[in-house]
Design a protein around this ligand. Structure first.
Ligand code: PL4
Length: 396
């Protein structure tokens, strides 16, 4: 625990926001920082939640512990609707979210593994690995047993795959850069993992934000991926379930350790040992997300957030600030050459009262960048970009 960088990124941002409010209680702060959803749940999902809750108050409808692996109907529905039946229902494990599954995967793989991560990437891949003791000593903010794969505009945010590691964390569309890897790039990734006996932990938390039909929404769309990949996903961003909590993890039966034993058996053991199943009520709501009416409403929610991404991008373009993402992902990644991320963060917070996320919090290669989240209200997003323009933020 001592090796962890002083605070986890997101609580640190909140701390700084609170400090500003203490000094300036009247400040109307707008958050385009943490990727936290703001729009109400869709009506179809709310009906399902209500119905499931009411049923719990009846003799016939009450249920206690369910299967740790999840409601069979939901496992089947995810398999059919999101994976076209190419993934078996018994390879789908329902959970309380992608972050929680990442933590449990880290528990399963333990400390004796070598790890590669995209740099920058969602901090949990590294911080969770530090906690499990898999990272070795740290020097200049980097850990010796972690291979940081630089993802910059200069390499189209797709890393040079060169070092053999046991695990490769890969997130597409990527948080924070907003880059969605192409089929060709994902083919290369899978090919590399197959050649090197690596396991890819593919984080598809933002897959439903992909607009470009040519870009795969799941790693299992890539030939051979079932032998080398695990996928985590959730309804957090897709359906505004950040506070409701529902996710899933796909562990294909074909994924095996070098001794030939299937990973799925261990995952089942982990899930039945340290997890007790997702909420019965929430799983019913998950079914509602995936039926015809629910999915239509959910798509509208996604469109709403993606309009915000357009607003952010347009604002940055007008200011002449180099920016990426925001097209197939709900994050916009803005570059401030020669500046420190935390300095730009403070400039925006202190002068425009707009919270962003400093790119350096996502890894060394994030230095000089700032992440804008499109999960705010439309009106707030417009106002935030207006304010940022007014402070004439220095590009250099
Ligand atoms: C703040 C790539 C957000 N306190 O909600 P979950 O557990 O299903 O998904 C979490 C998650 C998983 N994978 C990726 C993500 O980006 C996220 C959520 N990230 C962000 O602003 O980067 C919320 C962060 C939250 C946290 O630490 O997760």
């Amino acid at each position: 625990m001592e090796k962890l960088i002083s605070g986890y990124l997101f609580p640190e941002i909140n701390k700084r926001k609170k400090a500003l409010l203490e000094m300036n209680p009247k400040a109307k702060i707008i958050s385009l920082g943490i990727g936290n959803t703001t729009q109400p749940l869709t009506s179809h999902v709310v009906s399902a939640l209500k119905e499931a809750s009411v049923a719990m108050g009846t003799k016939e409808g009450y249920s206690g512990y369910g299967d740790e692996q999840g409601l069979p109907a939901l496992r089947k529905k995810i398999s059919e609707t999101l994976y076209n039946g190419t993934i078996g229902a018994d390879e789908v494990f329902i959970s309380d979210g992608a972050k929680c599954d990442i933590g449990r995967l880290q528990l399963m793989f333990g400390h004796d593994v070598s790890i590669a991560v995209q740099d920058p990437s969602y901090p949990v891949y590294v911080d969770g690995s530090v906690i499990i003791g898999a990272t070795g000593k740290s020097k200049d903010g980097q850990f010796e047993k972690i291979h940081y794969m630089k993802c910059l505009p200069e390499n189209d945010f797709f890393p040079k795959l060169e070092k053999k590691t046991d695990l490769i964390y890969f997130c597409s569309p990527n948080n924070p850069t907003g880059a969605a890897s192409t089929r060709e790039q994902l083919n290369e990734l899978v090919e590399f993992a197959r050649k090197n006996n690596s396991i890819i932990i593919f984080d598809a938390a933002y897959s439903e934000f992909i607009k470009d039909k040519k870009i795969p929404k799941t790693i299992f769309d890539i030939e051979g991926a079932k032998d080398v990949a695990i996928e985590v996903n959730s309804f957090s961003k897709t359906a505004g379930f950040t506070g409701v909590r529902l996710g899933w993890c796909i562990v294909p039966k074909g994924l095996k350790y070098s001794d030939g034993s299937p990973v799925i058996n261990d995952w089942n053991r982990i899930m039945t040992t340290v997890f007790n199943g997702a909420s019965n009520i929430v799983q019913k709501a998950g079914l509602a997300i995936l039926d015809k009416k629910g999915w239509k409403e959910t798509k509208k929610l996604i469109d709403y957030y993606m309009k915000n991404a357009e607003i952010i991008k347009k604002g940055l373009d007008e200011m002449g600030i180099e920016n990426y993402g925001g097209v197939n992902a709900p994050y916009v990644w803005a570059r401030f050459p020669g500046k420190k991320s935390w300095d730009v963060f403070s400039e925006m917070l202190d002068n425009a009262h707009v919270v962003t996320t400093p790119g350096s919090g996502f890894g060394p290669a994030g230095e000089g960048f700032i992440r804008f989240s499109s999960f705010g209200n439309k009106e707030d997003t417009i106002e935030a970009m207006k304010r940022v323009k007014e402070i004439k933020i220095m590009k250099k």
